[in-house]
Design a protein around this ligand. Sequence first.
Ligand SMILES: Cc1cc2nc3c(=O)[nH]c(=O)nc-3n(C[C@H](O)[C@H](O)[C@H](O)COP(=O)(O)OP(=O)(O)OC[C@H]3O[C@@H](n4cnc5c(N)ncnc54)[C@H](O)[C@@H]3O)c2cc1C
Length: 417
Amino acid sequence: MANRYSFWSLLRHGLKHHQSWQPAWKSPRPKDRYDVIIVGGGGHGLAAAYYLAREHGVKNIAVLEKGWLGSGNSARNTTIIRSNYLWDESAFLFEHSLKLWEGLSQDLNFNVLFSQRGVMNVGHTLQDMRDIERRVNANLLNGVDAVILTPRQIKERVPLIDIGPGARYPVMGASFQPRGGVARHDAVVWGFARAASDLGVDLIEQCEVHDFIVENGCIKGVNTSQGPILAERVGCSASGHNSVLAATAGIRLPLESHPLQALVSESLKPALDTVVMSNAVHAYISQSDKGEFVIGAGIDGYVGYGQRGSPHVIEHTLSAIVEMFPTLSRVRMNRQWGGIVDVTPDANPIIGKTRVKGLYFNCGWGTGGFKATPGAGHLFAHTIAHDAPHPINAPFSIERFLTGRLVDEHGASAVAH
Ligand SMILES: Cc1cc2nc3c(=O)[nH]c(=O)nc-3n(C[C@H](O)[C@H](O)[C@H](O)COP(=O)(O)OP(=O)(O)OC[C@H]3O[C@@H](n4cnc5c(N)ncnc54)[C@H](O)[C@@H]3O)c2cc1C
Protein backbone atom coordinates (compact mmCIF):
# COMPACT_ATOMS: atom_id res chain seq x y z
CA MET A 1 0.00 0.00 0.00
CA ALA A 2 1.28 3.46 -0.80
CA ASN A 3 2.62 5.56 2.02
CA ARG A 4 -0.15 7.87 3.23
CA TYR A 5 2.20 10.70 4.11
CA SER A 6 4.13 12.92 1.77
CA PHE A 7 7.90 13.13 1.92
CA TRP A 8 7.52 16.71 3.21
CA SER A 9 5.21 15.65 6.02
CA LEU A 10 7.76 13.05 7.13
CA LEU A 11 10.54 15.61 7.04
CA ARG A 12 8.46 18.14 8.98
CA HIS A 13 7.80 15.68 11.76
CA GLY A 14 11.38 14.50 11.82
CA LEU A 15 10.55 10.81 11.59
CA LYS A 16 13.37 8.49 10.73
CA HIS A 17 11.40 5.63 9.27
CA HIS A 18 8.95 5.21 6.46
CA GLN A 19 5.46 5.43 7.98
CA SER A 20 3.15 2.95 6.36
CA TRP A 21 -0.43 1.93 7.16
CA GLN A 22 0.59 -1.67 6.51
CA PRO A 23 1.68 -3.47 9.67
CA ALA A 24 5.38 -4.31 9.54
CA TRP A 25 4.79 -7.71 11.18
CA LYS A 26 2.97 -10.92 10.47
CA SER A 27 0.86 -12.22 13.32
CA PRO A 28 3.03 -14.98 14.91
CA ARG A 29 1.73 -18.27 16.29
CA PRO A 30 1.44 -18.01 20.08
CA LYS A 31 4.09 -19.63 22.28
CA ASP A 32 2.97 -22.06 25.01
CA ARG A 33 3.89 -19.65 27.80
CA TYR A 34 4.43 -15.91 28.36
CA ASP A 35 5.44 -13.79 31.34
CA VAL A 36 2.54 -11.41 30.66
CA ILE A 37 -0.51 -11.76 28.42
CA ILE A 38 -2.53 -8.69 27.52
CA VAL A 39 -6.07 -9.44 26.30
CA GLY A 40 -7.26 -6.91 23.68
CA GLY A 41 -5.27 -5.36 20.85
CA GLY A 42 -6.77 -1.88 21.06
CA GLY A 43 -4.77 1.24 21.90
CA HIS A 44 -4.89 0.56 25.65
CA GLY A 45 -3.69 -3.06 25.40
CA LEU A 46 -0.92 -2.21 22.94
CA ALA A 47 0.20 0.78 25.02
CA ALA A 48 0.32 -1.40 28.15
CA ALA A 49 2.48 -3.97 26.33
CA TYR A 50 4.76 -1.22 25.01
CA TYR A 51 5.34 0.39 28.42
CA LEU A 52 5.77 -3.03 30.10
CA ALA A 53 8.57 -3.83 27.66
CA ARG A 54 10.11 -0.37 27.59
CA GLU A 55 9.84 0.83 31.18
CA HIS A 56 9.67 -2.38 33.19
CA GLY A 57 11.96 -4.61 31.17
CA VAL A 58 9.39 -7.40 30.75
CA LYS A 59 10.55 -9.39 27.72
CA ASN A 60 8.11 -12.23 27.11
CA ILE A 61 4.79 -10.49 26.39
CA ALA A 62 1.86 -11.36 24.09
CA VAL A 63 -1.11 -9.22 23.09
CA LEU A 64 -4.05 -11.45 22.13
CA GLU A 65 -6.64 -9.84 19.85
CA LYS A 66 -9.79 -11.62 18.71
CA GLY A 67 -10.05 -9.65 15.45
CA TRP A 68 -7.40 -7.39 13.99
CA LEU A 69 -5.40 -4.77 15.90
CA GLY A 70 -7.52 -1.66 16.41
CA SER A 71 -10.77 -3.32 15.32
CA GLY A 72 -12.56 -2.12 18.48
CA ASN A 73 -13.26 1.36 19.81
CA SER A 74 -9.71 2.61 19.31
CA ALA A 75 -10.41 3.19 15.62
CA ARG A 76 -14.12 4.00 15.99
CA ASN A 77 -14.02 7.08 18.18
CA THR A 78 -14.20 10.82 17.57
CA THR A 79 -10.65 11.26 18.97
CA ILE A 80 -11.35 14.11 21.37
CA ILE A 81 -8.46 14.58 23.80
CA ARG A 82 -8.68 16.78 26.89
CA SER A 83 -7.95 16.69 30.61
CA ASN A 84 -10.38 19.29 32.00
CA TYR A 85 -12.09 16.95 34.46
CA LEU A 86 -13.64 18.25 37.68
CA TRP A 87 -12.35 15.99 40.45
CA ASP A 88 -8.69 15.91 41.47
CA GLU A 89 -8.35 12.16 40.87
CA SER A 90 -9.78 12.37 37.33
CA ALA A 91 -7.86 15.53 36.45
CA PHE A 92 -4.54 13.89 37.51
CA LEU A 93 -5.40 10.76 35.53
CA PHE A 94 -6.25 12.53 32.27
CA GLU A 95 -3.53 15.17 32.64
CA HIS A 96 -0.99 12.34 33.01
CA SER A 97 -2.23 11.06 29.66
CA LEU A 98 -2.27 14.49 27.99
CA LYS A 99 1.38 15.01 28.96
CA LEU A 100 2.26 11.68 27.32
CA TRP A 101 0.31 12.70 24.17
CA GLU A 102 2.47 15.81 23.93
CA GLY A 103 5.60 13.72 23.28
CA LEU A 104 4.02 10.62 21.79
CA SER A 105 4.93 10.98 18.08
CA GLN A 106 8.59 11.44 19.02
CA ASP A 107 8.43 8.72 21.65
CA LEU A 108 6.98 6.14 19.23
CA ASN A 109 8.82 7.58 16.23
CA PHE A 110 5.48 7.48 14.46
CA ASN A 111 3.32 10.48 13.60
CA VAL A 112 0.02 10.08 15.46
CA LEU A 113 -1.15 13.45 14.08
CA PHE A 114 -1.78 14.83 17.58
CA SER A 115 -3.22 18.29 16.98
CA GLN A 116 -3.67 20.65 19.94
CA ARG A 117 -6.39 22.73 18.33
CA GLY A 118 -8.22 23.27 21.63
CA VAL A 119 -11.47 21.87 23.01
CA MET A 120 -14.46 24.12 23.72
CA ASN A 121 -17.41 23.15 25.94
CA VAL A 122 -20.34 25.45 25.21
CA GLY A 123 -22.86 26.53 27.89
CA HIS A 124 -26.50 27.25 26.98
CA THR A 125 -28.06 28.02 30.36
CA LEU A 126 -27.15 29.86 33.55
CA GLN A 127 -26.68 26.51 35.28
CA ASP A 128 -24.34 25.36 32.46
CA MET A 129 -22.27 28.51 33.00
CA ARG A 130 -22.11 27.97 36.78
CA ASP A 131 -20.90 24.41 36.20
CA ILE A 132 -18.36 25.65 33.65
CA GLU A 133 -16.99 28.29 36.04
CA ARG A 134 -16.71 25.75 38.86
CA ARG A 135 -14.89 23.28 36.61
CA VAL A 136 -12.53 25.88 35.12
CA ASN A 137 -11.56 27.03 38.63
CA ALA A 138 -10.98 23.43 39.72
CA ASN A 139 -8.86 22.84 36.59
CA LEU A 140 -6.70 25.90 37.26
CA LEU A 141 -6.13 24.80 40.86
CA ASN A 142 -4.92 21.44 39.51
CA GLY A 143 -2.56 23.01 36.97
CA VAL A 144 -4.79 22.10 34.01
CA ASP A 145 -5.06 24.86 31.40
CA ALA A 146 -8.59 26.29 31.15
CA VAL A 147 -10.24 29.59 30.27
CA ILE A 148 -13.78 30.92 30.03
CA LEU A 149 -14.83 32.41 26.70
CA THR A 150 -17.56 34.99 26.12
CA PRO A 151 -20.01 34.48 23.21
CA ARG A 152 -18.04 37.02 21.15
CA GLN A 153 -14.76 35.18 21.77
CA ILE A 154 -16.49 31.93 20.77
CA LYS A 155 -17.71 33.50 17.54
CA GLU A 156 -14.20 34.72 16.73
CA ARG A 157 -12.84 31.19 17.05
CA VAL A 158 -15.85 29.45 15.49
CA PRO A 159 -17.45 31.70 12.86
CA LEU A 160 -19.93 28.94 11.88
CA ILE A 161 -21.69 28.88 15.26
CA ASP A 162 -24.99 30.73 15.75
CA ILE A 163 -24.77 32.98 18.83
CA GLY A 164 -27.71 35.17 17.79
CA PRO A 165 -30.65 36.01 20.09
CA GLY A 166 -32.94 33.72 18.07
CA ALA A 167 -30.78 30.61 18.54
CA ARG A 168 -32.73 27.66 19.89
CA TYR A 169 -29.79 26.82 22.17
CA PRO A 170 -28.51 30.25 23.30
CA VAL A 171 -24.70 30.40 23.49
CA MET A 172 -23.90 32.01 26.86
CA GLY A 173 -20.18 31.18 27.05
CA ALA A 174 -17.80 28.25 27.03
CA SER A 175 -14.85 26.66 28.74
CA PHE A 176 -11.79 26.24 26.54
CA GLN A 177 -8.78 23.98 27.02
CA PRO A 178 -6.12 25.15 24.52
CA ARG A 179 -3.94 22.03 25.02
CA GLY A 180 -6.83 19.71 24.15
CA GLY A 181 -7.41 18.49 20.61
CA VAL A 182 -7.56 15.41 18.42
CA ALA A 183 -5.25 12.69 17.02
CA ARG A 184 -5.37 10.18 14.19
CA HIS A 185 -6.85 7.09 15.87
CA ASP A 186 -5.53 4.31 13.62
CA ALA A 187 -2.08 5.91 13.68
CA VAL A 188 -2.14 5.67 17.48
CA VAL A 189 -2.86 1.95 17.25
CA TRP A 190 -0.17 1.35 14.60
CA GLY A 191 2.33 3.53 16.47
CA PHE A 192 2.01 1.54 19.70
CA ALA A 193 1.83 -1.77 17.80
CA ARG A 194 5.00 -1.10 15.84
CA ALA A 195 6.91 0.17 18.88
CA ALA A 196 5.80 -2.82 20.98
CA SER A 197 6.69 -5.23 18.17
CA ASP A 198 10.14 -3.64 17.89
CA LEU A 199 10.64 -4.41 21.60
CA GLY A 200 9.83 -8.09 21.00
CA VAL A 201 6.14 -8.19 21.98
CA ASP A 202 4.14 -10.91 20.15
CA LEU A 203 1.02 -9.32 18.62
CA ILE A 204 -1.37 -12.19 17.89
CA GLU A 205 -4.47 -11.45 15.84
CA GLN A 206 -7.48 -13.76 15.33
CA CYS A 207 -6.91 -15.13 18.84
CA GLU A 208 -10.05 -14.84 20.92
CA VAL A 209 -9.76 -15.41 24.66
CA HIS A 210 -12.61 -17.65 25.78
CA ASP A 211 -11.89 -17.80 29.52
CA PHE A 212 -9.23 -17.45 32.20
CA ILE A 213 -7.43 -20.46 33.68
CA VAL A 214 -7.49 -19.97 37.48
CA GLU A 215 -6.05 -22.41 40.02
CA ASN A 216 -6.11 -21.88 43.80
CA GLY A 217 -6.95 -18.20 43.37
CA CYS A 218 -4.03 -17.56 40.99
CA ILE A 219 -4.09 -16.90 37.24
CA LYS A 220 -2.39 -19.59 35.18
CA GLY A 221 -3.26 -18.51 31.64
CA VAL A 222 -6.10 -18.24 29.15
CA ASN A 223 -8.05 -20.59 26.89
CA THR A 224 -8.21 -19.16 23.38
CA SER A 225 -9.41 -19.96 19.88
CA GLN A 226 -5.79 -21.01 19.23
CA GLY A 227 -5.64 -23.27 22.31
CA PRO A 228 -4.52 -22.70 25.91
CA ILE A 229 -1.69 -20.19 26.53
CA LEU A 230 -0.02 -20.04 29.95
CA ALA A 231 1.11 -16.91 31.80
CA GLU A 232 1.91 -15.81 35.36
CA ARG A 233 0.19 -12.47 34.83
CA VAL A 234 -2.76 -11.50 32.62
CA GLY A 235 -3.98 -7.94 31.99
CA CYS A 236 -7.41 -7.61 30.42
CA SER A 237 -8.20 -4.54 28.31
CA ALA A 238 -11.04 -5.83 26.12
CA SER A 239 -13.29 -2.79 25.98
CA GLY A 240 -17.00 -3.67 25.81
CA HIS A 241 -16.36 -7.33 26.71
CA ASN A 242 -14.51 -7.06 30.03
CA SER A 243 -17.43 -8.05 32.26
CA VAL A 244 -18.08 -11.21 30.19
CA LEU A 245 -14.42 -12.23 30.48
CA ALA A 246 -14.22 -11.33 34.19
CA ALA A 247 -17.21 -13.59 34.87
CA THR A 248 -15.17 -16.59 33.65
CA ALA A 249 -12.83 -15.99 36.63
CA GLY A 250 -15.79 -15.58 39.01
CA ILE A 251 -15.43 -11.77 39.13
CA ARG A 252 -18.48 -9.51 38.77
CA LEU A 253 -17.49 -6.11 37.38
CA PRO A 254 -19.82 -3.11 37.80
CA LEU A 255 -20.02 -2.51 34.05
CA GLU A 256 -22.77 -2.08 31.47
CA SER A 257 -21.98 -2.37 27.75
CA HIS A 258 -23.75 0.14 25.50
CA PRO A 259 -23.57 1.00 21.79
CA LEU A 260 -22.10 4.45 21.06
CA GLN A 261 -22.12 5.91 17.57
CA ALA A 262 -20.55 8.63 15.47
CA LEU A 263 -20.58 9.82 11.87
CA VAL A 264 -18.63 11.90 9.38
CA SER A 265 -19.85 14.26 6.67
CA GLU A 266 -18.59 14.52 3.14
CA SER A 267 -15.22 16.33 2.91
CA LEU A 268 -15.35 20.13 2.85
CA LYS A 269 -12.80 22.91 2.84
CA PRO A 270 -11.38 23.83 6.28
CA ALA A 271 -14.08 25.66 8.25
CA LEU A 272 -13.64 24.57 11.87
CA ASP A 273 -10.20 24.47 13.49
CA THR A 274 -11.14 23.59 17.05
CA VAL A 275 -13.35 21.00 18.79
CA VAL A 276 -16.80 22.18 19.89
CA MET A 277 -18.77 20.18 22.43
CA SER A 278 -22.15 20.78 23.99
CA ASN A 279 -23.20 18.87 27.07
CA ALA A 280 -26.78 20.11 27.19
CA VAL A 281 -27.66 19.16 23.62
CA HIS A 282 -25.24 16.23 23.54
CA ALA A 283 -23.40 17.01 20.33
CA TYR A 284 -19.69 17.20 19.51
CA ILE A 285 -18.07 18.35 16.31
CA SER A 286 -14.61 18.82 14.84
CA GLN A 287 -13.16 18.75 11.32
CA SER A 288 -10.67 16.07 10.34
CA ASP A 289 -7.53 16.63 8.28
CA LYS A 290 -9.43 15.02 5.38
CA GLY A 291 -12.11 17.75 5.64
CA GLU A 292 -14.89 15.59 7.08
CA PHE A 293 -16.95 16.97 9.96
CA VAL A 294 -16.63 14.39 12.74
CA ILE A 295 -19.76 14.25 14.88
CA GLY A 296 -20.30 12.15 18.01
CA ALA A 297 -23.60 11.14 19.57
CA GLY A 298 -24.60 9.86 23.01
CA ILE A 299 -24.88 6.20 24.05
CA ASP A 300 -27.97 4.14 23.38
CA GLY A 301 -30.09 3.76 26.51
CA TYR A 302 -30.24 -0.04 26.24
CA VAL A 303 -27.38 -2.44 26.84
CA GLY A 304 -26.08 -4.38 23.85
CA TYR A 305 -23.18 -5.52 21.71
CA GLY A 306 -24.29 -4.30 18.27
CA GLN A 307 -21.66 -2.05 16.68
CA ARG A 308 -24.21 0.33 15.16
CA GLY A 309 -26.56 2.27 17.50
CA SER A 310 -30.16 3.47 17.17
CA PRO A 311 -31.14 5.93 14.40
CA HIS A 312 -33.12 8.16 16.80
CA VAL A 313 -29.98 8.91 18.85
CA ILE A 314 -27.99 10.13 15.86
CA GLU A 315 -31.05 11.99 14.54
CA HIS A 316 -31.27 13.94 17.82
CA THR A 317 -27.55 14.75 17.62
CA LEU A 318 -27.78 15.98 14.05
CA SER A 319 -30.79 18.20 14.74
CA ALA A 320 -28.82 19.78 17.62
CA ILE A 321 -25.75 20.28 15.39
CA VAL A 322 -27.87 21.96 12.72
CA GLU A 323 -29.45 24.28 15.34
CA MET A 324 -25.97 25.35 16.48
CA PHE A 325 -24.40 25.42 13.00
CA PRO A 326 -27.26 26.29 10.59
CA THR A 327 -24.91 26.45 7.59
CA LEU A 328 -24.29 22.69 7.91
CA SER A 329 -27.95 21.85 7.26
CA ARG A 330 -27.31 20.83 3.64
CA VAL A 331 -24.06 18.95 4.24
CA ARG A 332 -24.41 15.24 3.46
CA MET A 333 -23.42 12.37 5.69
CA ASN A 334 -20.59 10.18 4.40
CA ARG A 335 -20.72 7.25 6.84
CA GLN A 336 -21.93 6.25 10.32
CA TRP A 337 -20.71 3.52 12.69
CA GLY A 338 -20.83 2.39 16.29
CA GLY A 339 -18.72 0.79 18.99
CA ILE A 340 -19.38 -0.93 22.31
CA VAL A 341 -18.31 1.00 25.38
CA ASP A 342 -18.35 -0.33 28.94
CA VAL A 343 -19.67 2.15 31.46
CA THR A 344 -19.19 2.24 35.26
CA PRO A 345 -21.67 3.79 37.74
CA ASP A 346 -19.36 6.80 38.38
CA ALA A 347 -18.28 7.38 34.75
CA ASN A 348 -14.65 6.69 35.63
CA PRO A 349 -12.52 3.66 34.75
CA ILE A 350 -11.26 0.68 36.72
CA ILE A 351 -7.48 0.13 36.52
CA GLY A 352 -6.27 -2.36 39.05
CA LYS A 353 -5.81 -5.73 40.63
CA THR A 354 -8.52 -8.31 41.19
CA ARG A 355 -8.91 -10.94 43.91
CA VAL A 356 -7.40 -13.48 41.48
CA LYS A 357 -3.64 -13.14 41.96
CA GLY A 358 -1.96 -12.05 38.74
CA LEU A 359 -5.19 -10.99 36.99
CA TYR A 360 -5.65 -7.25 36.31
CA PHE A 361 -8.33 -5.20 34.58
CA ASN A 362 -8.24 -1.90 32.69
CA CYS A 363 -11.86 -1.22 31.80
CA GLY A 364 -14.93 0.98 32.21
CA TRP A 365 -13.58 3.86 30.11
CA GLY A 366 -17.08 4.42 28.77
CA THR A 367 -17.30 7.08 26.09
CA GLY A 368 -13.99 8.76 26.97
CA GLY A 369 -11.05 6.36 26.89
CA PHE A 370 -9.31 7.36 23.66
CA LYS A 371 -7.79 10.43 25.31
CA ALA A 372 -6.48 8.12 28.01
CA THR A 373 -4.72 5.69 25.64
CA PRO A 374 -1.07 6.48 26.54
CA GLY A 375 -1.87 7.25 30.18
CA ALA A 376 -3.99 4.14 30.73
CA GLY A 377 -1.37 1.92 29.09
CA HIS A 378 1.38 3.52 31.17
CA LEU A 379 -0.48 3.10 34.47
CA PHE A 380 -1.75 -0.40 33.63
CA ALA A 381 1.81 -1.50 32.82
CA HIS A 382 2.99 -0.11 36.18
CA THR A 383 0.18 -1.94 38.01
CA ILE A 384 1.01 -5.27 36.33
CA ALA A 385 4.78 -4.89 36.75
CA HIS A 386 4.59 -3.97 40.47
CA ASP A 387 1.47 -5.96 41.36
CA ALA A 388 0.35 -2.66 42.87
CA PRO A 389 -1.26 0.48 41.43
CA HIS A 390 0.59 3.67 40.59
CA PRO A 391 -0.53 6.52 42.94
CA ILE A 392 -2.45 8.07 40.02
CA ASN A 393 -4.61 5.00 39.39
CA ALA A 394 -4.90 3.88 43.04
CA PRO A 395 -8.27 5.71 43.43
CA PHE A 396 -9.62 3.76 40.43
CA SER A 397 -9.60 0.28 41.99
CA ILE A 398 -12.54 -2.14 41.88
CA GLU A 399 -12.82 -1.79 45.69
CA ARG A 400 -14.27 1.72 45.39
CA PHE A 401 -17.60 0.14 44.45
CA LEU A 402 -17.58 -1.71 47.80
CA THR A 403 -16.24 1.13 49.97
CA GLY A 404 -18.35 3.81 48.28
CA ARG A 405 -15.32 6.04 47.52
CA LEU A 406 -16.62 6.82 44.03
CA VAL A 407 -15.04 9.52 41.85
CA ASP A 408 -18.26 10.65 40.22
CA GLU A 409 -17.68 12.55 36.99
CA HIS A 410 -21.29 12.12 35.83
CA GLY A 411 -22.35 15.52 34.55
CA ALA A 412 -19.25 17.06 36.16
CA SER A 413 -16.62 16.98 33.42
CA ALA A 414 -18.81 18.85 30.95
CA VAL A 415 -19.40 16.03 28.48
CA ALA A 416 -18.70 12.38 28.26
CA HIS A 417 -16.14 12.19 25.43
C1 LIG B 1 -18.34 6.27 18.54
C2 LIG B 1 -17.35 6.45 19.65
C3 LIG B 1 -16.84 7.71 19.91
C4 LIG B 1 -15.90 7.91 20.91
N1 LIG B 1 -15.34 9.14 21.08
C5 LIG B 1 -14.34 9.33 21.98
C6 LIG B 1 -13.68 10.58 22.07
O1 LIG B 1 -13.96 11.51 21.31
N2 LIG B 1 -12.70 10.73 22.99
C7 LIG B 1 -12.35 9.72 23.84
O2 LIG B 1 -11.49 9.94 24.70
N3 LIG B 1 -12.93 8.49 23.76
C8 LIG B 1 -13.93 8.27 22.85
N4 LIG B 1 -14.53 7.03 22.74
C9 LIG B 1 -14.14 5.96 23.67
C10 LIG B 1 -12.85 5.29 23.22
O3 LIG B 1 -12.92 4.91 21.87
C11 LIG B 1 -12.55 4.05 24.07
O4 LIG B 1 -12.71 4.33 25.45
C12 LIG B 1 -11.13 3.57 23.84
O5 LIG B 1 -10.84 3.50 22.47
C13 LIG B 1 -10.93 2.22 24.48
O6 LIG B 1 -9.70 1.68 24.02
P1 LIG B 1 -9.37 0.18 24.28
O7 LIG B 1 -8.06 -0.11 23.70
O8 LIG B 1 -9.62 -0.12 25.72
O9 LIG B 1 -10.56 -0.59 23.52
P2 LIG B 1 -10.66 -1.21 22.06
O10 LIG B 1 -10.00 -0.41 21.03
O11 LIG B 1 -12.11 -1.53 21.87
O12 LIG B 1 -9.81 -2.54 22.22
C14 LIG B 1 -10.30 -3.70 22.86
C15 LIG B 1 -9.96 -4.87 21.97
O13 LIG B 1 -10.28 -6.06 22.66
C16 LIG B 1 -10.65 -7.01 21.70
N5 LIG B 1 -11.36 -8.10 22.39
C17 LIG B 1 -12.61 -8.08 22.93
N6 LIG B 1 -12.90 -9.27 23.45
C18 LIG B 1 -11.82 -10.05 23.26
C19 LIG B 1 -11.52 -11.41 23.57
N7 LIG B 1 -12.39 -12.18 24.20
N8 LIG B 1 -10.30 -11.90 23.22
C20 LIG B 1 -9.37 -11.12 22.57
N9 LIG B 1 -9.62 -9.85 22.23
C21 LIG B 1 -10.83 -9.32 22.59
C22 LIG B 1 -11.51 -6.22 20.73
O14 LIG B 1 -11.62 -6.86 19.47
C23 LIG B 1 -10.77 -4.89 20.69
O15 LIG B 1 -9.89 -4.79 19.57
C24 LIG B 1 -15.48 6.81 21.74
C25 LIG B 1 -16.00 5.53 21.47
C26 LIG B 1 -16.91 5.35 20.44
C27 LIG B 1 -17.45 3.96 20.18
